[in-house]
Each structure stands twice: as C-alpha cells, then as structure tokens.
Write a protein that binds this ligand. Structure first.
Ligand SMILES: C[S@@+](CC[C@H](N)C(=O)[O-])C[C@H]1O[C@@H](n2cnc3c(N)ncnc32)[C@H](O)[C@@H]1O
Length: 262
C-alpha cells in the first residue's frame, strides 16, 4: 500500500529534516517576498499553509488533506489531485512553494515536467521556492553510516535514514523506491535494539521506517547537477539557498527561481 495513506498518523512524531523547521518556513516566506496574490502549495505542509493569506494547496492523497490540512477558508483551499495534471490558468499564481515536494516525484524527467508547469503557472515576477533533499556531491558511504550508527549518534534517525537514501541514490540512480530504503536498512542494521542502545535513537523512531514495507512509492534524491538539469532554461534567478542548522540541513537547500517578465 502507498505509505502516504497512513503517513499522517506518523506526522506528529516527525521533525526536521522531514518537516520544515521554523527557519525553513521563514526562509521560504522571505524568498517569495510579499507574494501579493494567490500562492500554490505543492502538498498540504501545514507549516507553509499558515504563511500565505491566499492559497491553493494540492495533494494527490486525500488522507493527507483530511488529516493535515487546517481546513478551507474563504481564501484558502486544498484540493486532491496530481501536480503533473494541474489545470489552473497560466500566470495565475504570485508564488509556488513546497517542502520536499520535488523529491516526491519518482523520476527527474517528471521533476523537469513539473517545473515547466510551475513556470507556466507563475505570473511574471512570481517566484518558486521549495526545500530540496539534495544528494551531496561527495556521496555518503557505508563506512560513514556505520560510524554514525556505532556510538551516540550526532544526528537524528530521520536524517540518518535520508543519508541512507542518498547513498542508495549515489549507487543505484536518483530514483529510490522507499521499499529499497527499508531493505538496505534491514541488511545493514538487523539488530534494532542494539542500534537504539548505541545511538540513543528511540526504538519508536527507528521503527517509523517500517511504514515503507510494501509501499510502491519511489522518491528521488537528485544531486545539484541533476536538479539543475530539471530547471526550465527560461527560469530566471536560479539559486540554491542554504537554510538552517538542523540535522542534514547541509543537504536541504531551498531552490528558488523567478518567472521573468514577458
Ligand atoms: C509535500 S511532500 C513532502 C512533505 C514533507 N516535507 C515530507 O518530506 O514528509 C509530501 C506530499 O506530497 C504528495 N505528493 C507526492 N507526489 C504528488 C503528486 N504528483 N501530486 C500531488 N501530490 C503529491 C504526497 O501525497 C504527500 O502528501
């Protein structure tokens, strides 16, 4: 089963890097500036939903909307649908924002397709800002993961899980099935109690990885060059902003670009 159907139940247990920290929310808010007008949110990330007075949020998973969306108001609305099939008038958004949204697309060709749609939906001068999970230029290695997991851990379990996903991305390509993350984790760390004792990660946090069992979902963990290859040539002001000091923040820049005036 697609793990997003039950993911909302885990949401409260998650923190950065999986959820955006206050610095990230403020960073995205300041990058899009006054964003006077309608903002499109890729997903229903509640921390971002609260930032903009006029908002359309879209998520293909109705359970995420039912459980995480704070509720429609006169000027904010969430709809179920696929970002790649979005039907909204061209140039109708002052900004388009997201948190980890591009990593939820399985293939870089579809990230490129989505960013092309994003550029079309932005009005001239409108800005895109989305936090990325970006595979580092120097890949994480098994030795690195073993070192992290062999003593009191310097990072939380979710940051560690993303390092493992990025290692798989470096070895097998940017598209990473979530079931593969679980499979590799179980091969490398069969003794969860021992892992918990050594690192200090609560068993409950470690066991959140089980949500990937049997899930057909594929994430992508592109590196900088691969992300750059997805950005439409017509986009202006392309920047990758480092943001925050939370675990794995160095791999989580905010990508931004602007729709050039016609
Ligand atoms: C916004 S992203 C990332 C949220 C959070 N930062 C994290 O990493 O857990 C997660 C959401 O994207 C949604 N999603 C993934 N691909 C989608 C697509 N093609 N169209 C619409 N929603 C999609 C999923 O259903 C999920 O609720």
């Amino acid at each position: 089963m697609n793990h997003w159907r039950t993911y909302h139940a885990q949401w409260e247990k998650l923190g950065p890097p999986l959820r955006p920290s206050a610095e990230v929310v403020a960073g995205i808010r300041s990058l899009v500036g006054s964003a006077d007008g309608r903002v499109f949110l890729l997903g229903v990330t509640p921390e971002l939903a609260g930032m903009f007075p006029e908002l359309l949020a879209m998520d293909k998973n109705p359970a995420m909307i039912a459980n995480l969306w704070p509720g429609d108001t006169g000027s904010k609305k969430a709809i179920a649908g696929d970002w790649l099939e979005i039907r909204q008038p061209a140039g109708s958004f002052a900004a388009i924002v997201g948190d980890g949204s591009l990593n939820n697309i399985a293939h870089t060709a579809d990230i490129a397709r989505l960013l092309g749609l994003v550029l079309g939906l932005l009005r001239p001068g409108g800005r895109f800002a989305c936090r990325l999970f970006e595979r580092p230029a120097r890949p994480f290695t098994v030795q690195h993961l073993m070192k992290v997991a062999w003593s009191p851990a310097p990072i939380n379990f979710h940051a560690f899980k993303w390092q493992l996903a990025m290692l798989i991305g470096a070895e097998e390509g940017a598209s990473v099935p979530v079931a593969r993350i679980l499979e590799r984790f179980e091969q490398l760390f069969p003794d969860r109690d021992g892992l918990s004792e050594r690192t200090g990660w609560p068993r409950q946090a470690i066991d959140t990885i089980d949500i990937y069992r049997g899930s057909p979902v594929v994430y992508s963990f592109p590196n900088r060059a691969e992300f750059l290859g997805c950005i439409p040539a017509a986009a202006g002001g392309v920047e990758f902003h480092p943001c925050g000091g939370y675990d794995l923040a160095a791999c989580c820049p905010i990508l931004t670009f602007v729709k050039r005036p016609d």
